[in-house]
Design a protein around this ligand. Structure first.
Ligand code: SF4
Length: 324
Protein backbone atom coordinates (compact mmCIF):
# COMPACT_ATOMS: atom_id res chain seq x y z
CA UNK A 1 0.00 0.00 0.00
CA UNK A 2 1.35 3.39 -0.95
CA UNK A 3 1.16 6.19 1.57
CA UNK A 4 -0.30 9.53 0.59
CA UNK A 5 2.39 12.10 -0.21
CA UNK A 6 1.99 15.25 1.85
CA UNK A 7 3.34 18.72 1.18
CA UNK A 8 2.49 22.39 1.27
CA UNK A 9 2.38 23.59 -2.30
CA UNK A 10 0.63 26.19 -4.38
CA UNK A 11 -0.19 27.32 -7.88
CA UNK A 12 1.14 25.18 -10.72
CA UNK A 13 2.81 22.80 -8.25
CA UNK A 14 -0.53 22.04 -6.66
CA UNK A 15 -2.15 21.43 -10.03
CA UNK A 16 0.66 19.14 -11.13
CA UNK A 17 0.13 17.08 -8.00
CA UNK A 18 -3.58 16.84 -8.74
CA UNK A 19 -3.47 16.34 -12.50
CA UNK A 20 -0.24 14.36 -12.73
CA UNK A 21 3.16 15.55 -13.84
CA UNK A 22 3.16 14.16 -17.37
CA UNK A 23 3.52 10.48 -16.43
CA UNK A 24 1.12 8.23 -18.38
CA UNK A 25 -2.16 7.67 -16.59
CA UNK A 26 -3.09 4.09 -15.60
CA UNK A 27 -4.88 2.00 -18.22
CA UNK A 28 -8.44 1.19 -17.14
CA UNK A 29 -9.18 -2.50 -16.63
CA UNK A 30 -12.56 -2.82 -18.38
CA UNK A 31 -13.65 -5.70 -16.13
CA UNK A 32 -12.69 -4.13 -12.80
CA UNK A 33 -15.79 -2.03 -12.04
CA UNK A 34 -18.17 -4.82 -13.07
CA UNK A 35 -16.28 -7.29 -10.91
CA UNK A 36 -16.40 -4.95 -7.90
CA UNK A 37 -20.14 -4.40 -8.38
CA UNK A 38 -20.79 -8.16 -8.67
CA UNK A 39 -18.76 -8.74 -5.51
CA UNK A 40 -20.82 -6.20 -3.58
CA UNK A 41 -24.18 -7.40 -4.88
CA UNK A 42 -23.36 -11.06 -4.26
CA UNK A 43 -22.28 -10.18 -0.73
CA UNK A 44 -25.46 -8.21 -0.04
CA UNK A 45 -28.09 -10.37 -1.68
CA UNK A 46 -28.95 -12.44 1.40
CA UNK A 47 -29.10 -9.42 3.73
CA UNK A 48 -31.26 -7.51 1.26
CA UNK A 49 -33.57 -10.54 1.05
CA UNK A 50 -34.13 -10.18 4.80
CA UNK A 51 -35.32 -6.56 4.56
CA UNK A 52 -39.04 -5.94 5.07
CA UNK A 53 -40.78 -5.25 1.77
CA UNK A 54 -41.70 -1.72 2.83
CA UNK A 55 -38.34 -0.77 4.37
CA UNK A 56 -36.61 2.40 3.27
CA UNK A 57 -33.57 2.33 1.02
CA UNK A 58 -30.44 1.48 3.01
CA UNK A 59 -28.11 4.43 2.38
CA UNK A 60 -24.41 3.93 2.89
CA UNK A 61 -22.49 7.20 3.12
CA UNK A 62 -19.26 8.15 4.86
CA UNK A 63 -21.02 9.07 8.11
CA UNK A 64 -23.24 5.98 8.38
CA UNK A 65 -20.31 3.80 7.41
CA UNK A 66 -17.92 5.17 10.03
CA UNK A 67 -20.61 5.17 12.73
CA UNK A 68 -21.90 1.64 12.12
CA UNK A 69 -18.37 0.24 11.97
CA UNK A 70 -17.49 2.02 15.19
CA UNK A 71 -20.54 0.71 17.08
CA UNK A 72 -23.99 -0.23 15.75
CA UNK A 73 -25.73 1.05 18.88
CA UNK A 74 -23.90 4.36 18.50
CA UNK A 75 -25.32 4.76 14.99
CA UNK A 76 -28.85 4.08 16.26
CA UNK A 77 -28.41 6.56 19.14
CA UNK A 78 -27.09 9.24 16.76
CA UNK A 79 -30.09 8.80 14.46
CA UNK A 80 -32.43 9.46 17.34
CA UNK A 81 -30.56 12.51 18.65
CA UNK A 82 -30.89 16.06 17.32
CA UNK A 83 -28.03 17.22 15.11
CA UNK A 84 -25.73 19.44 17.16
CA UNK A 85 -24.07 22.33 15.37
CA UNK A 86 -20.61 23.25 16.64
CA UNK A 87 -18.13 26.01 15.93
CA UNK A 88 -15.94 23.55 14.02
CA UNK A 89 -18.78 22.23 11.86
CA UNK A 90 -20.02 25.76 11.13
CA UNK A 91 -16.53 26.92 10.18
CA UNK A 92 -16.15 23.87 7.94
CA UNK A 93 -19.41 24.67 6.12
CA UNK A 94 -18.39 28.32 5.64
CA UNK A 95 -14.93 27.43 4.32
CA UNK A 96 -16.41 24.77 2.01
CA UNK A 97 -18.75 27.41 0.57
CA UNK A 98 -15.83 29.78 -0.04
CA UNK A 99 -13.82 27.04 -1.73
CA UNK A 100 -16.73 26.33 -4.08
CA UNK A 101 -17.02 30.03 -4.82
CA UNK A 102 -13.30 30.35 -5.55
CA UNK A 103 -13.25 27.33 -7.85
CA UNK A 104 -16.34 28.38 -9.79
CA UNK A 105 -15.88 32.18 -9.96
CA UNK A 106 -12.22 32.83 -9.14
CA UNK A 107 -13.24 35.60 -6.73
CA UNK A 108 -13.71 36.00 -2.97
CA UNK A 109 -14.44 39.60 -1.95
CA UNK A 110 -15.77 39.42 1.59
CA UNK A 111 -15.17 35.92 3.03
CA UNK A 112 -17.67 36.05 5.89
CA UNK A 113 -20.61 37.53 3.99
CA UNK A 114 -19.81 35.65 0.78
CA UNK A 115 -19.86 32.36 2.66
CA UNK A 116 -23.09 33.10 4.54
CA UNK A 117 -24.80 34.26 1.35
CA UNK A 118 -23.66 31.15 -0.50
CA UNK A 119 -25.03 28.89 2.24
CA UNK A 120 -28.32 30.84 2.32
CA UNK A 121 -28.71 30.42 -1.46
CA UNK A 122 -28.15 26.67 -1.04
CA UNK A 123 -30.85 26.51 1.65
CA UNK A 124 -28.56 26.37 4.73
CA UNK A 125 -30.02 23.01 5.74
CA UNK A 126 -27.86 22.81 8.89
CA UNK A 127 -28.73 26.30 10.15
CA UNK A 128 -25.17 27.63 10.06
CA UNK A 129 -26.38 31.22 9.57
CA UNK A 130 -28.57 31.23 12.68
CA UNK A 131 -25.90 29.38 14.67
CA UNK A 132 -23.16 31.95 13.98
CA UNK A 133 -25.60 34.84 14.50
CA UNK A 134 -26.30 33.44 17.97
CA UNK A 135 -22.64 33.18 18.98
CA UNK A 136 -21.31 35.63 21.58
CA UNK A 137 -19.77 38.62 19.73
CA UNK A 138 -16.21 37.75 20.80
CA UNK A 139 -16.50 34.18 19.53
CA UNK A 140 -18.19 35.33 16.33
CA UNK A 141 -15.40 37.83 15.60
CA UNK A 142 -12.81 35.15 16.28
CA UNK A 143 -14.60 32.88 13.83
CA UNK A 144 -14.77 35.64 11.20
CA UNK A 145 -11.01 36.02 11.49
CA UNK A 146 -10.51 32.26 11.16
CA UNK A 147 -12.71 32.06 8.06
CA UNK A 148 -10.78 34.98 6.53
CA UNK A 149 -7.50 33.15 7.17
CA UNK A 150 -8.76 29.99 5.47
CA UNK A 151 -10.02 32.05 2.53
CA UNK A 152 -6.62 33.75 2.18
CA UNK A 153 -4.91 30.33 2.14
CA UNK A 154 -7.24 29.06 -0.57
CA UNK A 155 -6.83 32.15 -2.74
CA UNK A 156 -3.04 32.12 -2.31
CA UNK A 157 -2.56 28.44 -3.13
CA UNK A 158 -5.29 27.58 -5.63
CA UNK A 159 -4.94 29.03 -9.13
CA UNK A 160 -8.12 29.58 -11.11
CA UNK A 161 -8.86 26.21 -12.69
CA UNK A 162 -9.06 25.88 -16.47
CA UNK A 163 -12.52 24.95 -17.79
CA UNK A 164 -10.69 22.31 -19.87
CA UNK A 165 -10.27 20.29 -16.65
CA UNK A 166 -14.04 20.26 -16.12
CA UNK A 167 -13.92 21.26 -12.44
CA UNK A 168 -17.12 20.20 -10.66
CA UNK A 169 -17.87 21.13 -7.05
CA UNK A 170 -20.19 19.19 -4.74
CA UNK A 171 -20.32 16.31 -7.22
CA UNK A 172 -22.94 13.77 -6.15
CA UNK A 173 -21.89 10.12 -6.48
CA UNK A 174 -24.67 7.55 -6.14
CA UNK A 175 -24.47 3.83 -6.81
CA UNK A 176 -27.70 1.81 -6.47
CA UNK A 177 -27.17 -1.88 -5.67
CA UNK A 178 -29.51 -4.87 -5.48
CA UNK A 179 -32.29 -3.21 -7.44
CA UNK A 180 -31.92 0.07 -5.52
CA UNK A 181 -32.57 -1.45 -2.05
CA UNK A 182 -29.06 -0.31 -1.06
CA UNK A 183 -27.50 2.94 -2.29
CA UNK A 184 -23.87 3.94 -1.83
CA UNK A 185 -23.74 7.73 -1.79
CA UNK A 186 -21.29 10.58 -1.37
CA UNK A 187 -20.69 14.21 -2.29
CA UNK A 188 -17.17 15.14 -3.35
CA UNK A 189 -15.95 18.70 -2.84
CA UNK A 190 -14.11 18.91 -6.17
CA UNK A 191 -13.80 16.61 -9.17
CA UNK A 192 -11.36 17.32 -12.01
CA UNK A 193 -11.22 15.60 -15.39
CA UNK A 194 -13.52 13.73 -17.70
CA UNK A 195 -14.31 10.04 -16.97
CA UNK A 196 -12.36 8.04 -19.54
CA UNK A 197 -12.78 4.70 -21.24
CA UNK A 198 -9.15 3.74 -21.71
CA UNK A 199 -7.02 5.65 -19.18
CA UNK A 200 -8.02 6.87 -15.71
CA UNK A 201 -8.35 10.65 -15.81
CA UNK A 202 -10.43 11.85 -12.85
CA UNK A 203 -9.02 13.38 -9.66
CA UNK A 204 -11.15 13.69 -6.50
CA UNK A 205 -10.38 16.39 -3.93
CA UNK A 206 -11.79 16.83 -0.43
CA UNK A 207 -11.32 20.07 1.47
CA UNK A 208 -10.85 19.93 5.25
CA UNK A 209 -10.79 23.01 7.42
CA UNK A 210 -9.98 21.08 10.60
CA UNK A 211 -7.09 19.03 11.87
CA UNK A 212 -5.38 16.50 9.62
CA UNK A 213 -6.58 12.95 10.46
CA UNK A 214 -5.81 9.54 9.05
CA UNK A 215 -9.57 8.77 8.82
CA UNK A 216 -9.84 11.28 5.98
CA UNK A 217 -8.11 8.73 3.76
CA UNK A 218 -10.94 6.26 4.37
CA UNK A 219 -13.50 8.83 3.18
CA UNK A 220 -11.55 9.38 -0.04
CA UNK A 221 -11.07 5.67 -0.62
CA UNK A 222 -14.86 5.29 -0.32
CA UNK A 223 -15.35 8.02 -2.92
CA UNK A 224 -12.78 6.40 -5.22
CA UNK A 225 -14.79 3.17 -5.07
CA UNK A 226 -18.02 5.06 -5.78
CA UNK A 227 -16.46 6.78 -8.81
CA UNK A 228 -15.16 3.45 -10.14
CA UNK A 229 -18.58 1.82 -9.74
CA UNK A 230 -20.43 4.81 -11.16
CA UNK A 231 -18.36 5.56 -14.21
CA UNK A 232 -16.66 2.23 -14.87
CA UNK A 233 -13.21 3.77 -14.45
CA UNK A 234 -11.51 4.50 -11.12
CA UNK A 235 -10.07 7.96 -10.51
CA UNK A 236 -6.34 8.10 -11.06
CA UNK A 237 -5.70 10.29 -8.03
CA UNK A 238 -7.41 11.32 -4.78
CA UNK A 239 -6.36 14.15 -2.49
CA UNK A 240 -7.27 15.94 0.74
CA UNK A 241 -6.50 19.64 0.94
CA UNK A 242 -6.18 21.22 4.40
CA UNK A 243 -7.19 24.87 4.20
CA UNK A 244 -5.71 25.77 7.60
CA UNK A 245 -2.17 24.80 6.63
CA UNK A 246 -2.10 24.40 2.84
CA UNK A 247 -1.11 20.72 3.17
CA UNK A 248 -2.14 18.40 0.34
CA UNK A 249 -2.32 14.63 0.89
CA UNK A 250 -2.41 13.03 -2.56
CA UNK A 251 -2.26 9.36 -3.50
CA UNK A 252 -2.79 7.23 -6.61
CA UNK A 253 -5.74 4.86 -6.82
CA UNK A 254 -4.73 1.23 -7.05
CA UNK A 255 -6.77 -1.95 -7.37
CA UNK A 256 -5.58 -3.26 -4.02
CA UNK A 257 -6.91 -0.12 -2.32
CA UNK A 258 -10.29 -0.46 -4.05
CA UNK A 259 -10.58 -4.09 -2.97
CA UNK A 260 -9.68 -3.23 0.63
CA UNK A 261 -12.24 -0.43 0.61
CA UNK A 262 -14.89 -2.71 -0.86
CA UNK A 263 -14.44 -5.11 2.07
CA UNK A 264 -14.95 -2.23 4.51
CA UNK A 265 -18.02 -0.97 2.64
CA UNK A 266 -19.53 -4.45 2.42
CA UNK A 267 -19.04 -4.98 6.16
CA UNK A 268 -20.76 -1.64 6.91
CA UNK A 269 -23.56 -2.19 4.38
CA UNK A 270 -24.34 -5.64 5.84
CA UNK A 271 -24.56 -4.14 9.31
CA UNK A 272 -26.85 -1.35 8.06
CA UNK A 273 -29.10 -3.94 6.34
CA UNK A 274 -29.22 -6.00 9.52
CA UNK A 275 -30.33 -2.96 11.52
CA UNK A 276 -32.88 -2.00 8.84
CA UNK A 277 -34.30 -5.53 9.16
CA UNK A 278 -34.91 -4.89 12.86
CA UNK A 279 -31.93 -6.65 14.44
CA UNK A 280 -30.75 -5.58 17.90
CA UNK A 281 -27.71 -3.30 17.46
CA UNK A 282 -24.41 -4.66 18.75
CA UNK A 283 -22.57 -2.58 21.35
CA UNK A 284 -18.86 -2.15 20.80
CA UNK A 285 -17.22 -0.07 23.56
CA UNK A 286 -14.57 2.23 22.12
CA UNK A 287 -12.60 5.40 22.94
CA UNK A 288 -15.50 7.63 21.83
CA UNK A 289 -18.06 6.17 24.30
CA UNK A 290 -17.63 9.21 26.56
CA UNK A 291 -19.20 11.42 23.83
CA UNK A 292 -21.87 8.95 22.66
CA UNK A 293 -25.50 10.08 22.49
CA UNK A 294 -26.51 6.64 23.78
CA UNK A 295 -24.19 6.57 26.80
CA UNK A 296 -26.95 7.00 29.40
CA UNK A 297 -28.62 3.74 28.28
CA UNK A 298 -25.46 1.75 27.64
CA UNK A 299 -23.85 -0.16 30.50
CA UNK A 300 -20.81 -1.45 28.53
CA UNK A 301 -20.19 2.08 27.26
CA UNK A 302 -20.47 3.51 30.80
CA UNK A 303 -17.90 0.98 31.99
CA UNK A 304 -15.58 2.06 29.18
CA UNK A 305 -16.16 5.81 29.70
CA UNK A 306 -16.17 5.68 33.51
CA UNK A 307 -19.33 7.80 33.61
CA UNK A 308 -22.95 7.81 32.47
CA UNK A 309 -22.96 11.51 31.55
CA UNK A 310 -21.95 12.19 27.94
CA UNK A 311 -19.38 14.90 27.35
CA UNK A 312 -20.43 17.86 25.16
CA UNK A 313 -20.27 17.00 21.46
CA UNK A 314 -18.44 20.22 20.60
CA UNK A 315 -15.43 18.97 22.56
CA UNK A 316 -15.19 16.09 20.07
CA UNK A 317 -16.45 17.50 16.78
CA UNK A 318 -13.08 18.92 15.75
CA UNK A 319 -11.52 15.49 16.02
CA UNK A 320 -14.30 13.20 14.84
CA UNK A 321 -17.12 15.12 13.13
CA UNK A 322 -18.50 12.04 11.33
CA UNK A 323 -18.88 9.96 14.46
CA UNK A 324 -19.88 12.68 16.94
S1 SF4 B 1 -21.63 4.18 24.69
FE1 SF4 B 1 -20.07 3.10 23.48
S2 SF4 B 1 -20.76 0.97 23.40
FE2 SF4 B 1 -22.50 2.20 24.06
S3 SF4 B 1 -23.63 2.71 22.22
FE3 SF4 B 1 -22.22 4.38 22.56
S4 SF4 B 1 -20.39 3.90 21.39
FE4 SF4 B 1 -21.57 1.98 21.60
Amino acid sequence: MRRAATSMIEGDGLLRRLRGDGAPRPVVDPGLAGGLRDWLEDGLVEAVGGLPGDSETVRVNKESLSQVLLCEAHLVARRGAPRVMTVELARGSLVDALFRQWVTTGAVEDPWNDALEALAVEGDRDGVGSFVTGLPPTRRHQMMAEVAEHAAEIVARWPVLSPAWLPRTQERLEVPLCGGRVVLAGVVDLVLGRPAQDRASVCLVELKSGTRRVEHRGDLHFYALLEALRSGAPPFRIATYYSATGELDAEPVEEEMLVRTLARVLDGALRLCRLAAGAEPERTPNPLCAWCAGLRECVPGQRRAGTDVPRPVDSLAELHPETA
